[in-house]
Each structure stands twice: as C-alpha cells, then as structure tokens.
Unconditional design. Structure first.
Length: 278
C-alpha cells in the first residue's frame, strides 16, 4: 500500500504474464519498444518504491498502481495477457453503454450488490443514498466546489455533525481500509447519512453559498439535523447507531437474517406475566 492505494511490482507482473527468464531485462526492452512504436514513456506511469527482495533486503523497483498495471498489460504481447485485454475491452464497452443509457449502470450496480450478498431492502437504501449523494455533489459544483480535497472536507463536516466522527475515523472504527464505508453501513447508518446530505442539498439550494467557508457552514448545519435525529433515535432504541459492524466476513443479508431470527426467538419465548406487574 502507498498513499492508500495498491501498487504492484512491474517486474512481477511481467514475469507472471511472459514466463521470461529475465523479466527485468524484458521490462527494460519493452519500455524501449513501446516508446519507439507508440511514443509512450511507460516509466512515467511508474514510481520507484522499495520492496523486499528474495535476499530479504529492500530495493527500489518500478511499481504501478492498478490503472498503470492495466496500461502496461495492454503492451505485453503474450497469450497470458489476452484474457486481461479482453476483459478491459469488455469493461470499456460496458462503460460506453452506461454513458449512452444510465439505467444500465443502475442495473449493474444492483446486480453487483446482490452478488456480494446484500438484501434487496438494503440495496434500495444504498441506491437511494447514491442518488442523494450525486444531487449533493452536483449542487456543490454549482457553488464553486472544484477540488477533490474540498469535497472531502465538506463530506467530513456532514459526517462529524451526523455521527460525531469523520469518514476516515468511521472506517477505522469499522476496521476498513480501501473498502467503501457506505457499503458497510446498516439501515440506520445509511438513513442518517442520506438525511444529512439531503438536508445539506436543500439548504444550499435555498441559500446559494458563494464561498467555501459558507459551504462548510451549510454542510455542518445539514449534518446537524441528522445528528439530532440520530441522538433521539439512540435514546429510543437504547443503543448507539454508530456501529463497529462491517460486512467483511459475513454478507449483509446473512446478518439481517440472523437478526430477524433472534427477534422471532425473543417474541416466541414465554414470558412470566408476574414479572411485568408493578
């Protein structure tokens, strides 16, 4: 991991795809060939990182992130690289289809959540949350928010006001790394996330903040509405909404089923009427 991203040794990738007895030399010649044929410097998509070698010592070597590795694979003339090239072509084609027909993207997202073990009920909330998030980011863009860091700051303001923690702190609480935080939220967490973002959008549309500090204030106010609702909910249900639970090991649908069974078992358990008398 580097800068919160997976990076891969290019030499290892080349060795796996070519079976070359000297992958380092293969990579060196490949960079020259690609530059001569395509005018592209593959070194520009790489970064020198220190990795542990077979002798136990760390040496600097060319590494690439996921996007960079996919680009390098396209230049490897090997039968082993063909399945990856076909897959990349398929993904690219599907992306073009989704641009032409956005409904396809929604259908594919629903299918992916189903394959990952999420229930239809959870998926409906997640999809609605995605739509609300898109409305909010569109609104921020209208108000002059451009940089990724600014979006992160505003999102953190809503999260702190809604849950008392930033998204980064929330991920640590749930034991997540690169995983999407919202894919590991339960019903309550998703609902209050949606509430904070939807209220923020509404306030912004009405007040039209024209500076970043004003956008921050609006984000905090929107999140605070969700924060108040969360606090009241916690009083009523007797537990914290902010949860350490995640779906890394057990899919959401299995956990939901287990919870339902526990409730049914509790309702079916005989109770002593005497215990309810004052």
């Amino acid at each position: 991991m580097f800068n919160n991203e997976w990076w891969f040794s290019v030499i290892d990738v080349v060795e796996a795809l070519t079976d070359s007895v000297n992958p380092r030399d293969y990579w060196f010649k490949m960079k020259i060939r690609v530059k001569e044929e395509d005018g592209i410097e593959l070194s520009t998509i790489c970064r020198q990182l220190k990795l542990v070698s077979s002798d136990g010592k760390k040496y600097e070597t060319d590494c690439a992130d996921t996007e960079g590795v996919f680009r390098i694979i396209q230049s490897v003339p090997s039968p082993k690289a063909e399945p990856f090239k076909r897959w990349l072509a398929k993904v690219g084609y599907e992306r073009v289809q989704e641009i032409e027909n956005p409904e396809l993207a929604t259908k594919r997202t629903r299918m992916l959540y189903k394959l990952k073990g999420y229930s239809e009920d959870w998926t409906e909330k997640r999809m609605r949350g995605i739509a609300i998030r898109e409305e909010l980011t569109d609104e921020w863009q209208k108000r002059g928010v451009k940089q990724q860091r600014e979006y992160e700051i505003l999102t953190a303001e809503i999260s702190k006001a809604s849950f008392g923690v930033t998204p980064g702190e929330y991920k640590k609480l749930k034991g997540l790394k690169r995983e999407n935080l919202r894919d590991h939220m339960d019903d309550f967490e998703l609902i209050f996330t949606m509430l904070g973002e939807r209220v923020t959008t509404e306030i912004s549309q009405q007040e039209k903040p024209d500076t970043f500090p004003k956008n921050k204030t609006v984000a905090k106010r929107g999140g605070s509405v969700a924060g108040v609702a969360r606090t009241e909910t916690e009083k009523e249900i007797g537990r914290s909404v902010v949860s350490k639970e995640n779906y890394l090991k057990k899919p959401e649908s299995q956990k939901r089923l287990k919870a339902k069974k526990a409730v049914k078992a509790e309702l079916a358990r005989p109770h002593n009427p005497e215990s309810t008398r004052g």
